[in-house]
Design a protein around this ligand. Sequence first.
Ligand SMILES: C[S@@+](CC[C@H](N)C(=O)[O-])C[C@H]1O[C@@H](n2cnc3c(N)ncnc32)[C@H](O)[C@@H]1O
Length: 403
Amino acid sequence: MTSMANSQSSVNSSSIANYNIEQTVLERYQAGAKVQQPSLCCPTDYDGNYLTILPQEIVEKDYGCGDPTRYVSEGETVLDLGSGTGKNCYILAQKVGATGQIIGVDFNDEMLKIARKYQQDIADKIGYYNTKFVKGKIQDLTLDLDLVETWLKEYPVNSIERLSQLETECDRLRQQSPLIADNSIDVVISNCVLNLVRPQDKGLLFKELYRVLKRGGRAVISDIVCDEDPTPTIINDPDLWSGCIAGAFREDQFIKMFENAGFYGIEILKREETPWQVIDGIEFRSVTIRAYKGKDGPCLERKQSIIYKGPWKQVQDDDGHIFCRGERMAVCDKTYQILTRCDSPYQTHIIPVPPYQEIPLEQATEFSCKNKAIRHPKETKGLDYKLTVTTQDIDCCSPGECC
Ligand SMILES: C[S@@+](CC[C@H](N)C(=O)[O-])C[C@H]1O[C@@H](n2cnc3c(N)ncnc32)[C@H](O)[C@@H]1O
C-alpha cells in the first residue's frame, strides 16, 4: 500500500495501543446478535419486496449502513464480508436466483448461528438453496476458521511448539483448503464492516477483496466514512471503534484504498448528505462505492478507438489514459473492452469506434500505450478505403426514415 492510504493506517495504528480492537468488535457484535442494539443501527432503505420473507430476528438485527444489494444481478456469485445475521445475503439469495450463489463470511459464532438457522427455511420459501455461511476474518479470506477450531480441539496451544504447529497448520489450510479461492467471485459486497478492521490489517483487507474477485468482477461496499481524520480521543474509544465511528475511512482515502489495490472505474454510488453522527465537528456518514477488477494484462493493437462524449473537456482513467471530448482516441484492446462492454461503468460516456476490418486477437501486435493518442480515421477505415457514397445513393426518403 502506498501514500495516503498507508498514512491513515500508520497514524491510526500508532495512536491505538490501549485496547484490543478485534476483541472489542467481536464482543460488541456477539452481544448484538443476542439482543438488538439500537445504537448500532444506521437507518437504511432496503427494497421492501425482498424483506417480506425474512424472519423478524434478521430484519431487526440489522447493523448495516447502506444497501449494496441493489447493485447485484441474477446469476451472480456474491461474497458478503461481515454478513452478520445474513440480512444482505438473504436479500441477495432472492435477487441472484437459483443460478447464483451467496457466501456470507463472519468471524462471530453468534451471528453465524442466526444466519445458518434460517438457511433451510428461506430455501424452502424461495424454492432453491443458494446460501452458505462460513467463518473467517475478512482480512484473511484464505483461512477457514471452522477448520482451525477443529484442529485446535485436538491440539490445544499450550506451548511454543504447539504454537508453531498451529502456524504450520494454518499455512497448510490456506494453501490446500482456502476459505475463498482466488478469482472465484463476481461481486464482493459489504455493509458497514470494513471500518471495523484494525488499521494495520486494512491494506490486507483490500488485497483480499481484489484477490477473490474474478477478472471483470466488482466490489460494492457500503461503509461509514468521515470528512476529517478522527481525533486520538475518538480513536482510543473502544465503543466508538466497535460502533463504526473510530475506524471510519476518511472519504478521500477510502477511494485511494481501492485505487492502490488495483481497482478501476471506482465510483461513489451513494453518499448520504446528512451525517449519521457528528463528533467534535467531524461528520461520519454512509457511502456506497463500486469498483472493478481487471485492468491488468497485455495491451494489444486491434486498431480500436473510442470517442469520449463529454460533458467534461477531458477525462482520465485509472491507467492514466486521457480521453479528450470528441476526439478519436486510440486505445488497446483491453482498454477498449473496459470502456465499451455493456456493463462497463464508462459505457454511457463513450462511443466505440471499431476498425472496419477486425484484427483477430491472434494477429494483434503489441500496442504502444501512450497517455494520449489520437487515431487517424484512415487507420479505422483501412488505408485502401476509397469508397464514395453520395446522398443520391442513399434512399433516405422511405417512410419513417431521416427525411
Ligand atoms: C456492523 S455489523 C454489520 C453486519 C451486516 N453486514 C449487516 O448489514 O447487518 C459488522 C459484522 O461484521 C463482523 N465482523 C467485524 N469484523 C470482522 C472481521 N475482521 N472479520 C469477519 N467479520 C467481522 C461482525 O461480527 C458483525 O457481524
